[in-house]
Design a protein around this ligand. Structure first.
Ligand code: SF4
Ligand code: SF4
Length: 441
């Protein structure tokens, strides 16, 4: 419940900080409506559409509407998938508006002590510190390997948690050993004549829970002729913070990353997680009010590429023989990779180059799967509705393999497979893991 005093502060900050031109850019044409998953799954409620949310933000800024529970609900139900941006004829940067609005509300609203404690632990105590991320992943590894997981499943412990969280526990990857997580080298040479020098953004989750996928990414880059620098001083991208109203912390991490990658002097900076990549490529916007940092951020963002894009640019799929056993494969876009990094052709080009597979496009493959960071935990009901529609489309392709390009999407697709009781017939996999499998066959 937001108090009157808090509402006044929020209203004042909306008036001061929300970009008037960007809000006025929306001409209310409604072209974005069919692309918005929450508009569709809410039964076409304007309040849960991009146009509706922009109108709410404008009304709060103008003092016509109080930033009450309904406004907050509408903004928190948004996935932040940014599917409304590429289809907008006015080029409204909806994602930037949403980020600012959430930051204002979050910073001016007093949270209950338990919520504040959880937020502080996650946003300040955990994600910015890679060593602590490793420790937490190590604890998960202990839970998985010590027999505790078996016992907890046997006694039905997870039934005490919401259904989606309980199912999520089943689909978490088997985590690597602490020694493996700590042994990340700082340089790897090209396996053939060097064509490019790249710097690799490891990511906090990707370099712990999804370490194998990072290793596969590095291997493919080496095969493609890249010398790889992996700066030790890099930090979490800050996406979780930026999307959850913790902008100051996101800025702090952005500066740390810019500094770390400037020193590499690389031709490109490579990511393998659409969610991280989209936040990194927006660093110039994040730092727009600090002229010196803005320029440095611009130079950083210009070098950013997703792994699938650089592999296509370097003709990896033409130079390396790719083969898999006969199977139907489909691809689920990462919304941030497609809508913000503008990368959607490259993953498909790579997949279609694999001999032996039958690539089938899924209906609405570019519509969000409902993962959206921690959305599937905090907005579970809407997330599961979106996921059920997604699984219906995935099943229609008869694919045995669903490929994704982001860890959140990967877990969400695994969750969908588990919910549909299809884990014997269907698997979900990150594109680099599949490509490496295709190389090794
Ligand atoms: S498509 Fe763009 S201009 Fe049209 S309603 Fe949506 S946000 Fe506004
Ligand atoms: S970001 Fe996604 S969920 Fe939010 S308004 Fe845009 S299309 Fe809808």
């Amino acid at each position: 419940m937001t108090t009157l005093l808090e509402q006044n502060k929020i209203q004042q900050e909306f008036a001061d900080r929300m970009n008037e031109d960007e809000l006025l850019n929306c001409m209310r044409c409604g072209f974005c409506l069919p692309s918005c998953p929450t508009y569709i799954e809410s039964g076409f409620q304007e309040l849960h559409s991009p146009r509706g949310r922009i109108a709410l933000m404008k009304a709060v800024k103008d003092g016509i509407l109080e930033p009450d529970e309904e406004v907050e609900r509408s903004l928190s139900l948004c996935l932040g998938c940014r599917a409304c941006e590429p289809v907008c004829p006015s080029g409204v940067k909806y994602g930037h508006l949403l980020e600012e609005a959430r930051d204002i509300i979050q910073q001016n609203k007093k949270q209950s002590l338990p919520v504040q404690a959880v937020r502080n632990t996650v946003f300040k105590g955990l994600f910015p510190h890679q060593n602590r991320m490793r420790t937490v992943t190590g604890l998960l590894g202990f839970y998985q390997k010590s027999g505790l997981q078996k016992v907890s499943r046997k006694i039905g412990f997870m039934k005490l948690f919401p259904e989606s969280l309980a199912t999520m526990e089943k689909v978490l990857p088997s985590v690597p050993k602490m020694k493996e997580m700590k042994n990340r080298p700082e340089f790897l040479p090209a396996e053939k004549k060097k064509t490019k020098k790249v710097a690799f953004f490891t990511g906090c989750l990707m370099d712990t829970m999804f370490l194998e996928t990072n290793n596969a990414t590095l291997k493919l880059l080496q095969m493609a002729g890249c010398d790889i620098v992996i700066p030790k001083a890099q930090a979490c991208c800050g996406a979780l913070h930026g999307h959850s109203g913790e902008k100051a912390k996101a800025i702090e991490m952005a500066k740390k990353n810019i500094e770390a990658f400037e020193q590499t002097n690389a031709d490109f900076i490579i990511t393998n997680a659409g969610g991280c990549g989209a936040f990194l490529i927006d660093y110039d916007h994040l730092l727009k009010n600090e002229p010196e940092w803005y320029l440095r951020a611009k130079a950083f963002t210009k070098k950013l590429k997703d792994i699938s894009q650089i592999l296509v640019d370097l003709d990896f799929h033409k130079n390396v023989s790719l083969k898999l056993s006969k199977q139907v494969i489909t691809y689920q876009d990462s919304c941030h990779l497609k809508n913000v990094m503008k990368t959607s052709d490259a993953p498909r080009t790579l997949l279609k180059a694999i001999n032996g597979i039958d690539y089938r496009e899924m209906e609405d493959s570019d519509r969000c799967c409902g993962s959206a960071g921690i959305y599937n935990i905090i907005e579970s009901e809407m997330s599961m509705k979106i996921l059920d529609t997604k699984m219906k489309n995935a099943k229609a392709t008869q694919a045995a393999t669903i490929v994704t390009a982001n860890p959140g999407c990967l877990l969400q697709m695994k969750l969908g497979i588990e919910r549909e009781e299809l884990s014997e017939q269907v698997r979900a996999i990150h594109i680099v893991d599949l490509l490496l499998e295709a190389v090794n066959r």
